[in-house]
Design a protein around this ligand. Structure first.
Ligand code: 6GU
Length: 267
């Protein structure tokens, strides 16, 4: 997977991403990242990339020409490597569709992904019309530029690329826990400030531990993200049917044991 980030602040992208898990994947060559400085493509003799908006208003706009030429340079190198394939170009903007795990998963299937970061009050609409295929926001708040959102997107998409998370389980668990919040986790020591690790986690009973974790996830999700919980419940009716059956079986078994004990007393 190759990320091409068009930005006025390439150092910010490189510094932010050459760290931790994504940094390791970059160094290992599992994913690739280039940060293209839009300013390098301006034809203005003073290296200017912005200008006042027509019609007035606060701030400056990024001009079309340097953005377009930076994009064309990236597209040319992709075309030389792969032929004239269709290219996804994601513009990071608060006006975009809100970023979501499904989007990360879908974008991870692209071999090349171009990310366009705006700054100032935005970018001349004409170049956006010309090159952008997707507009993405990372949430309902306003940032000063698209660099942090681009880094968020690169991180979330990278961890969906096979090999980035190493040999631990894949970024997308196929199990029941999908689309639920994480269960609580504990590491050594067993007691910290009088707080014990939940006993079940020390039991070595993997089936019961899995069951406990799922229940913790469900409880957390229902309390903190009721809308996620509701959609999980409607997509996992089978889980509740099995749980009800399991509980019914347990009840019958206990009832039988109780009766047997009673009979034993009578005899
Ligand atoms: Cl993608 N850009 C900016 N500037 N602000 C944002 C955003 C993007 N997503 C949330 N806030």
């Amino acid at each position: 997977m190759n990320f091409h980030v068009l930005t006025l602040f390439p150092d910010m992208i490189i510094q932010g991403l050459y760290t931790s898990v994504v940094g390791r994947a970059l160094k290992a060559g599992t994913i690739h990242l280039e940060a293209v400085n839009i300013r390098d493509y301006t034809l203005d003799k003073h290296k200017k990339v912005d200008d006042y908006p027509y019609g007035g208003g606060a701030g400056m706009l990024m001009q079309a020409q340097p953005v377009y030429d930076a994009f064309r340079a990236v597209r040319k190198s992709v075309y030389e490597r792969r032929g004239e394939v269709p290219l996804r170009v994601v513009y990071l903007t608060p006006c975009g569709k809100t970023f979501h795990q499904d989007m990360a998963r879908e974008l991870a299937r692209e071999e090349d992904l171009v990310l366009l970061c705006g700054h100032y009050e935005g970018i001349d609409e004409r170049v956006l019309e010309e090159i952008v295929t997707d507009e993405v926001s990372i949430g309902d708040y306003v940032l000063t530029g698209g660099e942090l959102p681009a880094m968020v997107l690169v991180d979330a998409v990278s961890r969906m690329v096979p090999g980035v998370l190493g040999n631990q389980v894949s970024g997308e668990s196929e199990s029941f826990c999908k689309n639920l919040l994480e269960y609580p986790q504990y590491s050594r020591p067993e007691v910290w400030r009088d707080k014990r690790v939940p006993e079940i986690l020390l039991s070595g009973d993997h089936a019961r531990i899995e069951q406990w974790r799922l229940e913790q996830s469900l409880e957390r999700t229902s309390l903190r993200r009721p809308e996620l919980y509701e959609s999980w419940v409607s997509e996992n009716q089978e889980y509740f049917r099995k749980k009800a059956k399991r509980e019914e079986r347990m009840r019958k078994k206990e009832e039988k044991a109780r009766k047997a004990a009673q009979n034993a007393c009578i005899l």
